[in-house]
Design a protein around this ligand. Structure first.
Ligand code: HEM
Length: 152
């Protein structure tokens, strides 16, 4: 890997840290603090403040990911071959792309509806479930990324 590849990987990893780290901070620090101090209205405020940061990180990941692929020699001609998607690298990549699409779709929905529901209703439960699903899927994306980088 040359200097440019290393730079891409560094930016990709830093963006992944910001995205996943932000989610972990929210769940392990923000949510418990918000529960202890409901009068602060902390959870929605933290959620709104993290939104631009999280989206910036996701966009950086969406740009650097395909660039990394191209840098590894996986460009359009390779991506168009069915045999590529049957290889271990191709299958891991497919799983990763599907998980990324799932996270982005669910994050858009979560951002649109969170804060606009009465607490304890069915939508409240759905938004909480979506938040957890985003967290779990994001961790799986990291595992897929690590597997890709190690050629599994
Ligand atoms: C939420 C979005 C994403 C996260 C959290 C994420 C995270 C990661 C992580 C942690 C690694 C491991 C790096 C290493 O150990 O060296 C990685 C590698 C990689 N990611 Fe992503 N990634 C995301 C999106 C994407 C997308 C959309 C693509 C391409 C379509 C992509 C393509 C790659 C590739 C090709 C590697 C391997 C790089 C190498 O072997 O040097 N990633 N990713």
């Amino acid at each position: 890997m040359n200097g440019f590849g290393f730079l891409l990987l560094t930016v990709h990893l830093l963006a992944a840290m910001v995205w996943v780290g932000g989610l972990v901070f929210f769940v392990l620090v923000g949510v418990p603090l918000a529960r202890k101090n409901p009068q602060w209205q902390l959870a929605p405020a933290l959620g709104r403040a993290f939104r631009p940061v999280g989206w910036a990180a996701l966009i950086v990941l969406l740009i650097t990911g395909p660039l990394l692929l191209a840098h590894l020699g996986v460009g359009w001609p390779v991506l168009r071959e069915a045999a590529f998607w049957r290889s271990p690298f191709g299958m891991t990549l497919l799983a990763k792309i599907l998980l990324v699409a799932f996270v982005i779709g669910l994050t858009i929905w979560h951002d649109r509806v969170s804060g606009r529901y009465p607490e304890k209703g069915a939508l409240y439960a759905a938004v909480r479930f979506a938040g957890r699903a985003i967290g779990v899927a994001s961790v799986l994306i990291v595992v897929a990324g690590l597997a890709l980088a190690r050629g599994y």
